[in-house]
Every structure is written in structure tokens, then in C-alpha cells.
Design a protein around this ligand. Structure first.
Ligand code: GLC
Length: 685
């Protein structure tokens, strides 16, 4: 390999008119491209976003599936759906000639105002994030497409993202924000994208502390660190852990690389090469960025009815029923012979912006920025509900505005009103408000006075629900992609039982979240006390909450004495004791003894049941590892504890049973590089 060839592995290649931006690239150019080395059989890396599938070029809208947002995927708590989603996306990437998926974005949410919360698979919990991230990364890479876990690290807000400085102590980092990245590393993630912001005084992409010490050292990451676009500000980033500058060689030019220690440059090149060969991208080099072959592949239609079905299945499973007084599902059999629904709200038929300038614009189906996707076959809420209602012999009236007078005209004729309410958000800017858009709160209060009202929300994250005590039913769907209307219809008419669970808290007021920091210095002084882990945060709807059209009972937990391949296993039975089929997510929260220094009980296990028919039961086991039963101590690392209580329930606030995991014993101290040194050591703990 010549020096120039080696250097070409450390930066993106100029492709098309990058002056405009890396996001509106030139002919046949992906969001990120590296130079192929045909002489040596080294393929180009062809990278594309991400948040809801393959972001199509502006002149090829509709040639890829607009999947639900990652936060919608998170609200399914379902690793089999995560794998189906990731596999479908990776198949479209391969078809489009791309071999690097610029995701999943896995930051644990810190503030409800976060502009990219819709993109962040972890929601507000590190354990949920770790489990879903592991499944997603493995499924993408099984298709021969690299996954890139982003944005490392502490990029939990958009305000000041290019320069602000997150100050985070080690315990908060390892307990709350790092676990999804550890899971990505364990899953063999190809790359980690370092973020724009600074961490503890250094740019994330130049931070020896988080890149060399934490990621490559303690977590044992062997892939490569790629910068966010234009997040590199000097050549020394390489000696501190950066391996690949994107989108081009703004800093890592040949002459600057020549002035760096050769072993640092070689090490970076080796990580990129090794990862290419680990995924065997060399076996399918594909088109060359900037060429007509790539242009043709980028325009090729990779959307399919199979992928559309996956998008519909995820969106349907992501619908989270927050409240229901029995009004739902609409089932004509037990209602008056003639049944009329009024659908109101501007969001009912909002079609998103499918113009070329809309390439990055936020709408009610996909968030804004690099992760935006557009669809040419969108099912709006009105489309989906109307079509399903008619097939059920139910009449539908509509007032697709937020005008209260117009809404009253249809509400007074209807038996029930369905308000479609929404908000959205975008990369680069945090949300200014947690309220739903266009003063729809006023519309909801008004119609709820005259008719039973069902509120269906399409949101980018948490929203305020001041009318929650005034309405009959409430459901939420995080930015749902092209199958939004189909998902709402299936839930409203009882074709499916709602299965979603909140991966975040819906706060009772704006006081019940950590606000974005507007200062350059961002001390994470709240530590782990965000979301359900904070005693001062009041929830309108708690983390892990989600209703079904039936009820479930959880049996008393027992400690398994046989067949347990972990430190301790707890077994329960979940039974459907209602009249309709449904699924439930059993959740296990561990309460540590006070010396462990944990803020509250924390999620350390969950299990989503299959669809249980009335009277049917399913056995659930929570198998805890040593790490699950440990807390991070600043000076000694992970310490395993006994005297732990397991709280088992169906949300962080609906606990059904508590079981003591072991009699009191002194905390057993163990040092681990990442995993226990040996099985024997683990058994002896
Ligand atoms: C953006 C985003 C990142 C994206 C990249 C390429 O600025 O921060 O998530 O993958 O640039 O579009």
C-alpha cells in the first residue's frame, strides 16, 4: 500500500458538490464516500443515513421505504421486530449500492426537548437501549452492511451541539449513557461515530479519555471511529483515537498526516481495513462513488411490499395506548346500529413536504435533518381510518383543520370524535416547546366537552397532555413513517391489541424534565436522575406504560433452582385474564442497597410475551448477570451487590411483586476489563 493509498483510508473523498452540504450530495455520491483502492481490492465505503431507512436522493423520492422512527421502534420493546426492521433497511441499502448504514443513533435521552430524540433508539433507559441496539447492529451487519453506532458521546441535545462541553462523571457515564455503546461493541459494531460536542474539555472526536480509554480500552472496541461530518478540527484528532474524517480531508490531508507519528496513522488505517475485511465488503465492492453506476443504483427502486409490511407491522406494534375508558376499540357489534366517527385536526391529513427542498424537512411522519425520509405512498391517519371504517360499515366525517367551529359542525353529528394531534422536531435545533402543534390542545378541550373524544398523537418525543383527564382515550405513536394511517386503523378497530410501551416518560409539566443547557459548559449535574430515575420528575404517563384491550395478571415470582444459566433467575407466569387477545411486557427493576449509590430502582430486564389469547399464560424468566447486579463505583469500577430487591411489573410505576434476590452479604468486589476474567471467577461470586 502506498502512503497515499493508506492515507485515503483516513478520510472521506470529495464527491460531487460537497460545498453545498454533505447531505445534498452530487450525482452518484452518498452522504459519505471513501476512495476505493482497486489495485488492492479495497472497496469504497458508501455511507448513507439512516433514521428511518435509506434517505433517498431528492430526485428519487419513493424508491426506498420510509420506515417508522427509531423511537417508534423502541416503543415496541420487541427485538424480533427490531431485527426485521434492521434487516429490511440493510437490504434496501445493499440494493442502493450502499455498504454503511449511518446508524443506529443510540444516545440515551437526557432532555425531553432533544431535537433528535425521535432518532435515538435507546429512549430514556440504558438497559432498553442496550438490548435493542444489540439486536439492531447484528441484524444490519448480518446483511453485509456496516452499522455505525452514533453519536458518541453525550450528544443528547442540539442546542450548541457544535461547541458545547458536556461534563460527565464516570459513574453517570457508565451507568446511564455508555451501556448502549457497550452493547453495540459486544454485537461487533463496525464503527462508532464521534459527535460534534466536547466532553470534559475535549472535542469528542479528539478525546483520548472517551475514545482510547473508555471505548477502545475498557469496552474493547476493535472497529473504527468515524467523525460526524466536519466534526474534526485538527490533525491531532488521530493520535487521540479518531480513525476516519468525514466527509472529506479537511484536516487529515497527506501533508498533515505525514507530520503525525506513523504508528498512529497506520493504526487508524488498520482499523478501517480490518473492519472492511471482517464484514467482507471486499467481496461485493459494488459501484464507484461519483460514477453513473452509483447514480443508477441510488435511483433504483428498493421499496417493496415486503418492506412496506415490515414498516406497517412496526408502526402498528409501536402504537401505545395511554388511556382508555372503554371507548376503544370501535366495535360496531356492541354499539348503535349506525355509528359515526368525526376525525378532526390538521394533522389528520397532513402529507409532509415531498418537494425536493423537503429533503430534510421535519414532518409528522419523519423527523428533520440528515435522518429525514419522504414517501410517495404515505397513508395518512385520515386515509387509514376512513378506509377501515367504511369496511366496517361505520361512517366518517372529517374536519382536517384545528378550527373549533368547523370541528363542532362534524362533532355534533358524530357519536365519537377522534382528534389527530402532532408535533415534530429536527436535527440541529431542540424543541422550543413540549406542546403539540397548532394549539390543538384548545381543540381537544373544546370537542371533549360535547362528545367522547379519542386523541391520537404523532410525536417526536414527550409531549404535554393537559386535557388527559377530559378525554375518553389517548394513544401515542412516535413519528410513524409511511404506514401511519394503517397502524392507527388497526388499533382503533381492534384488529390488533395495542402493544406499545413508553420508552420515555411523558412529563406532567415542563418542570418534569431536564431542560436543554443553553450554556457552553453542560454539567450533567443531575447524574442518573433523569426520567423515571428521578423522584422529583412527575409523570403524566410513566416510563414503560402502555395499555392493551385486555388485562394481565403476573404470578408471584420464584427463584429458579434448576435450568438457570446466570447468577440468579426469577420466574413468573403472565396470564391474560381479560376477554380479548393481547401482549404484555413484563419489566424487572432492581432496587440496590443504599451503599450502592443508585438513585432509584433501575430497569435490568424485560420480556415481551407473544400474543396471548384470553385465559392463556406464558412463562417469563429474568436471568441476571453479575453486571446486572452491580453498580459502578468511581474508584473501583463495577461492584456486585446482594441485598437487592427485584420489582416486577408492567411499567416503572405499576409494580405487581417484589422479591429479595439474596440474603444480606458484603458487596463482592470484582475487577473486570469488561467481562469477568473467567467463568470460574463468576461462579465463585
Ligand atoms: C449529520 C449528522 C449525522 C449524519 C451525518 C451524515 O450532521 O449528525 O447523524 O449521519 O451528518 O449525514
Amino acid at each position: 500500500m502506498t502512503t497515499e493509498e493508506r492515507n485515503s483510508l483516513l478520510h472521506g473523498m470529495q464527491c460531487g458538490d460537497l460545498a453545498e452540504s454533505a447531505l445534498s450530495h452530487g450525482e452518484g455520491c452518498y452522504a459519505g464516500n471513501t476512495m476505493p483502492i482497486p489495485r488492492l481490492g479495497v472497496p469504497a465505503l458508501k455511507m448513507q443515513d439512516a433514521a428511518c431507512g435509506f434517505r433517498p436522493p431528492r430526485d428519487a423520492i419513493g424508491t426506498s421505504t420510509c420506515f417508522p422512527s427509531m423511537l417508534a421502534l423502541s416503543s415496541t420493546w420487541d427485538t424480533s421486530l427490531v431485527k426485521a426492521y434492521a434487516k429490511s433497511v440493510a437490504e434496501e441499502f445493499r440494493g442502493k449500492g450502499a455498504n454503511v448504514f449511518l446508524g443506529p443513533a443510540i444516545n440515551v435521552h437526557r432532555t425531553a426537548y432533544g431535537g433528535r430524540n425521535y432518532e435515538y433508539l435507546s429512549g430514556e433507559d440504558p438497559h432498553l437501549g442496550a438490548v435493542l441496539t444489540r439486536a439492531f447492529v447484528q441484524a444490519v451487519q448480518n446483511e453485509g452492511v456496516m452499522a455505525v453506532a452514533k453519536h458518541f458521546a453525550f450528544n443528547e441535545q442540539e442546542t450548541g451541539r457544535m461547541y458545547n462541553d458536556a461534563w460527565v462523571d464516570k459513574r453517570t457515564a457508565w451507568e446511564l449513557y455508555y451501556p448502549p455503546w457497550e452493547a453495540a461493541v459486544e454485537a461487533g459494531v463496525s464503527a462508532v461515530m464521534c459527535s460534534y460536542n466536547r466532553v470534559n474539555g475535549s472535542y469528542a472526536c479528539a478525546s483520548h479519555e472517551i475514545l482510547q480509554r473508555d471505548l477502545k480500552g475498557t469496552m474493547g472496541f476493535h472497529g473504527f471511529v468515524v467523525s460526524d461530518w466536519w466534526a474534526v478540527h485538527g490533525k491531532d484528532f488521530v493520535t487521540n483515537g479518531l480513525d476516519l474524517e468525514m466527509p472529506n480531508a479537511k484536516y487529515l490531508s497527506d501533508d498533515r498526516l505525514a507530520s503525525l507519528p506513523r504508528d498512529s496513522v497506520d493504526a487508524a488505517a488498520l482499523r478501517v481495513l480490518a473492519t472492511i475485511y471482517r464484514l467482507r465488503l471486499d467481496e461485493m465492492p459494488g459501484c464507484t462513488p461519483g460514477g453513473q453506476d452509483c447514480a443508477a443504483e441510488m435511483r433504483s427502486n428498493q421499496a417493496s411490499k415486503e418492506h412496506r409490511a415490515v414498516a406497517r407491522s412496526v408502526a402498528t406494534s409501536a402504537v401505545t395506548l395511554l388511556k382508555n375508558d372503554g371507548t376503544l376499540p370501535f366495535d360496531k357489534s356492541d354499539k348503535k346500529a349506525r355509528y359515526t366517527i368525526a376525525i378532526v385536526g390538521v394533522a389528520a391529513n397532513q402529507r409532509g413536504d415531498s418537494s425536493p427542498s423537503g429533503e430534510f424537512m421535519a414532518d409528522y411522519y419523519s423527523g428533520g435533518g440528515s435522518g429525514h425520509c419522504q414517501s410517495s405512498s404515505l397513508v395518512t391517519p385520515l386515509d387509514g381510518i376512513k378506509q377501515r371504517a367504511i369496511s366496517a360499515g361505520i361512517s366518517v366525517l372529517a374536519s382536517t383543520s384545528n378550527n373549533i367551529t368547523h370541528a363542532f359542525e362534524v362533532a355534533q353529528i358524530a357519536d365519537v370524535v377522534v382528534v389527530i394531534a402532532a408535533a415534530t422536531s429536527t436535527e440541529g435545533v431542540d424543541r422550543f416547546s413540549l406542546a403539540l402543534d397548532d394549539n390543538v390542545d384548545d381543540l381537544i378541550f373544546a370537542v371533549a366537552k360535547i362528545r367522547p373524544t379519542v386523541v391520537l398523537m404523532q410525536t417526536p418525543g414527550a409531549v404535554l397532555t393537559p386535557w388527559r383527564d377530559n378525554v375518553a382515550a389517548i394513544a401515542n405513536l412516535f413519528l410513524p413513517g409511511e404506514e401511519a394511517g394503517s397502524a392507527w386503523a388497526a388499533m382503533l378497530f381492534g384488529d390488533v391489541s395495542p402493544a406499545g410501551k413508553l420508552p420515555i416518560v411523558f412529563p406532567a409539566s415542563i418542570a418534569d424534565t431536564v431542560g436543554p443547557d443553553f450554556s457552553i459548559e453542560m454539567p450533567y449535574s443531575e447524574g442518573q436522575k433523569t426520567s423515571y430515575r428521578s423522584a422529583s420528575i412527575r409523570a403524566a404517563f410513566p416510563f414503560g406504560h402502555g395499555l392493551a384491550y385486555t388485562r394481565f395478571e403476573l404470578s408471584k415470582p420464584i427463584v429458579m433452582t434448576a435450568g438457570c444459566h446466570a447468577i440468579i433467575c426469577i420466574r413468573i407466569m403472565i396470564s391474560n385474564v381479560g376477554e380479548r387477545p393481547g401482549t404484555e411486557v413484563a419489566q424487572a427493576y432492581l432496587e440496590f442497597p443504599p451503599p450502592a449509590g443508585m438513585p432509584s430502582r433501575v430497569l435490568r430486564g424485560f420480556h415481551k410475551t407473544s400474543l396471548l389469547q384470553p385465559g392463556q399464560s406464558e412463562q417469563v424468566e429474568f436471568a441476571l448477570s453479575t453486571r446486572d447486579m452491580s453498580s459502578y463505583q468511581d474508584n473501583t469500577g463495577w461492584v456486585k451487590w446482594d441485598n437487592i430487591q427485584m420489582h416486577i411489573g408492567v411499567s416503572s410505576a405499576d409494580i405487581r411483586h417484589v422479591i429479595a434476590l439474596a440474603p444480606g452479604a458484603i458487596p463482592v468486589l470484582f475487577q473486570t476489563k469488561h467481562r469477568l476474567r473467567s467463568r470460574r471467577a463468576q461462579d465463585s461470586l
